[in-house]
Ligand binder design. Structure first.
Ligand code: 13P
Length: 288
């Protein structure tokens, strides 16, 4: 099937209390690896790219690669633009065929976040494309977006409700204590806050900063109402470490397949673990 909007995919996840894993990919091999993982586990899948990766590979290449993968696979696949602050790039990706976009205006005051998100909503809605927005500020580093620990800000549950009503946004990433990148200690996830937001807001919620969260904490966050989990850093590390190992063993290796194949396999294995934590294995058919 072609790539589809993530709207219904995530609504079903919320309804049935699992999450869809959303994996940031940077190369064709990473894209193939997460598709192989989700296909093997019969799970719905969201392939994500950062703004930096769109600039590196091009939106059309990413859409074509995701479309070929989706057409060859039996699982539902969406293609999502992660953390975008630029209106024009969002339009470029929608025109290229992305089926889901994130407008991240969380660095602006609340009213501006509402206005910017609403503007994107209007266009994306007309194109049948899902929109994710962020409230509060998720700490850490994601591509060019850097939020210092002291500037991270947890989302207010009442404000989440008001934000969803004002913008009509269909997917919300509330900051609940996770951070992008690898945690120095244990993450401080505010589970009570997740529960409160999920009770007030009836749209799918997104767990950012999925790398390095202990398994039990992921499961608890999903059980409380997180319907999408973003994973980026851990996949990059798995991919890079596998390549480094090949070069450690054979510094003169010059056949890309010799290091790309193990790197792809490392990403696939990790993606399968994350899909397992999300509880979405076997849910590929839950779309009607
Ligand atoms: P990690 O890099 O911590 O996995 O976070 C990914 C993310 O939330 C992308 O939006």
């Amino acid at each position: 099937m072609p790539i589809i909007s993530s709207t219904v995919m995530l609504q079903k996840a919320r309804e049935h209390h699992y999450a869809v894993a959303a994996f940031n990919v940077h190369t064709l091999e990473m894209l193939q690896a997460v598709v192989d993982a989700a296909t093997e586990m019969e799970s719905p899948l969201i392939i994500q790219s950062t703004v930096g990766t769109v600039r590196h590979l091009g939106a059309k290449y990413l859409v074509e690669a995701a479309t070929v993968a989706a057409n060859q696979s039996s699982i539902p696949i969406a293609l999502h633009l992660d953390h975008c602050t630029e209106f024009n790039l969002i339009i470029e990706c929608i025109r290229a065929g992305y089926t889901s976009v994130m407008i991240d205006a969380s660095m602006h005051p609340y009213e501006d976040n509402v206005a910017i998100t609403s503007k994107v909503m209007e266009i994306a809605n007309a194109a049948g494309v899902n929109v994710e927005a962020e409230l509060g500020k998720v700490g850490g580093v994601e591509d060019d977006i850097v939020v210092d620990e002291q500037d991270a800000l947890l989302a207010d549950p009442e404000e989440c409700l008001q934000f969803v009503k004002q913008t009509g946004v269909l997917t919300l990433a509330p900051a609940i204590g996770t951070a992008h990148g690898i945690y120095k200690g244990d993450p401080h996830i505010d589970f009570e806050r997740i529960e409160k937001i999920a009770a007030l807001v009836d749209i799918p919620l997104v767990l950012h900063g999925g790398s390095g969260i202990p398994a039990e904490q992921v499961k608890r966050a999903v059980a409380l109402g997180m319907s999408k989990m973003n994973v980026a850093t851990e996949l990059r590390i798995a991919f890079s470490d596998a390549i480094k190992q090949i070069f450690d063993e054979n510094p003169s290796e010059n056949d890309p397949r010799k290091y790309m194949i193990p790197a792809k396999e490392a990403v696939k294995q990790l993606a399968m673990q994350k899909i397992g934590l999300c509880g979405s294995a076997g849910k590929a058919g839950v779309l009607q």
